[in-house]
Design a protein around this ligand. Structure first.
Ligand SMILES: [Zn+2]
Length: 139
């Protein structure tokens, strides 16, 4: 089973960003390392959402490049992305399925009722999103 190791502080940061972007979707990139079946997230890179459709997100390619540069400087990699569903479930949408491209890429999706948002983890590979387990760390 695939798992995600991420500090609670980073999880809260994504939920906070999701609330701040409401009613639009927030988005960003996940920095860290793949360790076998485990994705270790060590940093976030909030990105501009270029989509004019509030039901979609499109990460600004300049932010994607900047995140890759930052990751390399820290001997890490861009291992995934995150975004929010301001009025939907924390599950991959049809638009997400259509937009996903990179295999073995971690997707964190924030969604749910306002004030009670949750963050779920999925790994995209060969056309399929598979749920991943959370392993939170305090560090
Ligand atoms: Zn989505």
């Amino acid at each position: 089973m695939t798992s995600v190791l991420m500090a609670e502080a980073l999880r809260l940061q994504i939920l906070q960003q999701a609330r701040g972007a409401h009613p639009a979707e927030c988005c960003g990139l996940l920095l860290g390392a793949r360790e076998g079946q485990r994705f270790r997230v060590t940093g976030l890179y909030p990105a501009r959402n270029l989509s004019s459709d509030p039901q979609r997100f499109e990460i600004d390619p300049r932010d994607h490049l900047a995140a890759q540069r930052l990751a390399r400087e820290g001997a890490a990699a861009v291992i995934g992305c995150y975004h929010s569903h301001p009025s939907g479930a924390a599950m991959p949408s049809i638009a997400d399925r259509a937009g996903a491209a990179e295999d073995n890429f971690l997707w964190l999706i924030a969604g749910g009722a306002k004030g009670d948002e949750s963050l779920n983890a999925f790994v995209y590979s060969r056309g399929v999103f598979t749920g991943a387990d959370w392993v939170t760390s305090s560090g």
